[in-house]
Design a protein around this ligand. Sequence first.
Ligand code: ADE
Length: 250
Amino acid sequence: MNFYIMTLFPEMVMDGLHTSIIGRAVNNGLLSIEAVNIRDYAFNKHNSVDDYPYGGGAGMLMQAEPVYQCYRALEERIGKKPRVVYLSPQGKTFHQEMAEEFAKEEELVFLCGHYEGIDERVLEEIVTDYVSIGDYVLTGGELPAMIMVDAISRLVPGVLHNDVSAEFESFQDHLLEYPQYSRPEVWHDKRVPEVLMSGHHANIEKWRREQSVIRTAKNRPDLLLKAELTEEEKRLAEEISGCKAGDMGL
Ligand code: ADE
């Protein structure tokens, strides 16, 4: 999968995404991540890419033309109109199913705004998806783009060494992940739950599933709306969250 990130701060994106698991996947040729500097498409001798907003107001706006030329150069290189994600608090809130949907693309372009945003006219022409990473305002779209690249990349086959782990974890079935333990058996007087030491796989699976339901009911009861629970699990979730079945949509 090939990611292109249109930004005024290419080093921020490249430094952040070329380490750890994503960095390894890039080195293995499973992914490519390229930051494209919008400033390279500045069309005046001062290399500026921002200007005052018409109508007044605080701050500067990224101008349409450098963004457009940057996009056109990418479109030409890719050889077709790519999906272009504009990171903005005004977009749809990013979630795991969205990541799964984006992971099907061969090419994905991210457009990172800065200052007070980007001239609306170029957004209308090139953006296919408006995405927010949550209800808070950041100084630019770079961190949100990096978050999306990370979440999408780990769904690309081969990026995680054990393919099962992307499948069976938090959110996959709308439940949070169960607690995990490693050596030593006792740490700070806390013992690893007995069932995990038993070697009894069916019991371990049962315990993990129950823990997932308990955690979700405690921390994110909203997720239970979409989870498929047995009658017994529904009762457990109700007991933990203190919500009536109807309130949780169960
Ligand atoms: N740019 C600034 N804040 C943002 C957010 N919450 N999500 C996506 N892009 C942003």
